[in-house]
Design a protein around this ligand. Structure first.
Ligand code: NAD
Ligand code: DAU
Length: 350
């Protein structure tokens, strides 16, 4: 079996669901179920004995040690993290605790477990660390895209905490020989993304007639990747990646935020006509330290592993918008009182 951390979150749950479309191998899914973790993401696996869910914190080393010893996974895929940049600006402590200390503790547990394995299992074991393009900092309009050798220059507490975790993962390979793989991916979107991030927040607000809040001048650029394509890339790196290597993953879909929101409004117009959604767009105060542009050079994973994205931005966004329209109960459940408290804290005074 494989072990997945953070498998009740956005990317983790999509990864777990898709894994069983491709393989019969079991998954041990360890998740703390923070506000971002949601077991209803995995409801379709309720009676599937291949999926074993354990509510646990990656910082709880005794628990993680016991689970590793009991289930003997052949690989670990590490998604668990605090993932929202705006929350890291309001309160960085959880980001340090989970993304840095949690990754360190997980590496320590994994190292002890890995060393206890017989030689041939040690050789095939993998620790795949799921990271972000934000560790590379911010690009100017004409700068070349991030490659795997771009120096790290994180600018937010979130990206600094992910950068620290990447460094620890690298160090465990160089120092102890732990067979690690690291992936640095651009902005994901798709089903089951918590509506604090740009695209699902805009969908929720558009449908409920609320303002569509664009930070600053709306000209910040991100590269967008459909979550299913990210999951496929992770499976490919797990199967064919070289230990100790880093792989950048991107969607070849650089867009300004204002263009993203206009495209989304157009799609919603087709799927749920009746309103001119673009009339809800409002420009609000910028995010502190807001990175201007991210772009990914994904030639290494394409040329050495053979992965490339399948969805275009429009096809992926249409699938995403449809999913949110078809899953109103999911949306109602996650936009609860604690969600509203975050929205009030972040947007009320704007
Ligand atoms: P998410 O916030 O939706 O999910 C994170 C999951 O981790 C949740 O289920 C949460 O309960 C769990 N978790 C948090 N702290 C934990 C802890 N201490 N112990 C156990 N579980 C814990 O995040 P996501 O968007 O799915 O991102 C997953 C990973 O991918 C993160 O490492 C993130 O940095 C990385 N990433 C995300 C994106 C993106 O666009 N969303 C892009 C590149 C990389
Ligand atoms: O690049 C990968 C990263 O992408 C991941 O590592 C992070 O986990 C993920 O959250 C995401 O970070 P961003 O900060 O780029 O994503 P977010 O959806 O928060 O914002 C995308 C862009 O949209 C960013 O430029 C800020 C802007 N924005 C966001 C929100 C929530 C707005 O203009 N208005 C908003 O209300």
């Amino acid at each position: 079996m494989i072990l997945v951390t953070g498998g009740a979150g956005f990317i983790g749950s999509n990864f777990v669901l898709e894994w069983f479309h491709h393989y019969d191998e079991s998954i041990l899914n360890i998740d703390k179920l923070t506000y971002a973790g949601n077991l209803s993401n995995l409801a379709s696996l309720k009676d599937d004995t291949r999926h074993i869910f354990v509510r646990a914190d990656i910082n709880d080393s005794a628990r993680v040690d016991a689970l590793l010893a009991q289930y003997q996974p052949r690989a670990l895929i590490h998604f668990a993290a605090e993932s929202h940049v705006d929350r890291s600006i309001h309160g960085p402590a959880d980001f340090i605790e989970t993304n840095i200390v949690g990754t360190f503790r997980l590496l320590e547990s994994t190292r002890a477990y890995w060393r206890s394995l017989p030689d041939e299992k040690q050789q095939t074991f993998r620790f795949l660390h799921v990271s972000t393009d934000e560790v590379y900092g911010s690009l100017g309009a004409d700068d070349p895209a991030f490659s795997e050798t771009t120096p790290y220059a994180p600018n937010s507490p979130y990206s600094a905490s992910k950068a620290a975790s990447d460094h620890l993962v690298r160090a465990y390979y160089h120092t102890y020989g732990l067979p690690v793989l690291t992936t640095n991916c651009s902005n994901n979107y798709g089903p089951r993304q918590f509506p604090e991030k740009l695209i699902p927040l805009m969908i929720v607000n558009a449908l409920s007639g609320k303002p569509l809040p664009i930070y600053g001048d709306g000209q910040n650029v991100r590269d967008w990747l459909y979550v299913g394509d990210h999951c496929a890339a992770i499976r490919a790196v797990l199967a064919r990646g070289h230990i100790g290597e880093v792989y950048n993953i991107g969607g070849n879909a650089e867009m300004t935020n204002i263009d993203v929101v206009h495209t989304l409004c157009r799609i919603l117009q087709e799927l749920r006509p009746g309103k001119i959604y673009t009339e809800q767009i409002t420009f609000i105060k910028d995010r502190l330290g807001h990175d201007r542009r991210y772009a990914i050079d994904a030639s290494k994973i394409r040329d050495t592993i053979g992965w490339r994205p399948e969805e275009t931005f429009v096809s992926g966004l249409t699938r995403t918008a449809r999913w949110y329209l078809d899953n109103e109960a999911w949306l109602n459940a996650v936009t609860d009182k604690t969600y509203q408290q975050w929205i009030d804290l972040r947007y009320a005074q704007e």
